[in-house]
Design a protein around this ligand. Sequence first.
Ligand code: GLV
Ligand code: MN
Ligand code: MN
Length: 422
Amino acid sequence: MSRLPAPDLVRVADDLETLASYRDPQAPGWTRRVFSDFDRAGREWVAGRMEDAGLAVETDAAANLIGRLPGSGRRPGVVATGSHTDTVRGGGRYDGIVGVLGAIEAVRCLRQAGAELAHDLVVVDFLGEEPNDFGLSCVGSRAISGSLDEGHLALSGPDGRSLAEAIAASGGRPAALAGARWPDGLHCYIELHVEQGPVLEQALVPIGVVTGIVGIHRLLASIEGQSDHAGTTPMSLRRDALAGAAEAILAVERFAGGGVATVGRIEIRPGAHNVVPAEADLWAEARSPDAGWLDNFGRNLAEELDAIGTRRHLGTKLSWISREHPVTATDWVADAIGEAARSRGVEPMSIPSGAGHDASHMARLGPMGMVFVPSRAGRSHCPEEWTDLEDIGLGIAVLAEAIVLCDQREEERPGAAAHLAR
Ligand code: GLV
Ligand code: MN
Ligand code: MN
């Protein structure tokens, strides 16, 4: 049996409700997109909750919000936990949020028990995990793991700002970012998250131990044709960018067999009823736990885009915005999470993650594991997203216990990155 007190569910419910109130009232659901005023205000409130829980709070160069609970200093490196508090447009109240507010509650439980860790414990609210207007996701965890490059920082958004400028407006220092790395060395990273799929609920198992996280490749396909009069230009003479884009969208769907792939956003110009579209931009992504499958998908799509361009006399350009490799969880962290669940009377289920997480990036720095709690009807990235409070409480208890177990684990050196899938 665990010595740690149970999470205070009234306090957790209150925190979830308060953070949910920081939302864009003009947008559907519980929208708090990164770089918005709502996100900035919400994270300021989160910083206050971190301080109230006894954490020393700072904002790093990537505008990650970091709360630290000093350990006894006997061991190098930190035990890190956290997630994100930004949402997709029309999103819900749990994705990412449970991992940040849950980590703060886990700290309260640890302090209440007088538990002293050998490592410093840090709770991170990572900047912008969801894909933003620049097409990039996981800005904060990408930066901290050293994979936010100059090309990313120069990406420009719809308002003409660069990503670097947006990071600065959220409290970061982009000039200090080049080569930015987790400063302390990472003993391990453990993230609590809602499953965002139906598996745990259907199996009636309240805790999932994540085995690995899919790789995600994101791209922008730009198609260029010619704008012409929609009434006078014969069909055979048109160079219709949108018709070419339609073929490309169906190709993405066709090549998705064995994995998943989605075109989630499209823009066309000039965008008028009576003008043949001159330009189309498609933002697409493919996901799989198999790095080889992802490479094949990219090759097939590139060839198909070329073929569409030749057939329809269109210019085509494929730009890769990000290519995350699949990662596997570290055995000893996953084992600790399993043991923590059993100490709470639950036999957990091993489960892969089809969603992307900050944990994928943290895995570059050291051992990584994730705890999943069920999502009602598997719904996520929508206002209906829901996880029962009891399940969130159990997830927090498992997180707190796993932190203690992992803290006690002796360091393994060298080769912290050996668990990357490739
Ligand atoms: C993160 O929410 C993802 O897109 O998987
Ligand atoms: Mn999400
Ligand atoms: Mn998330």
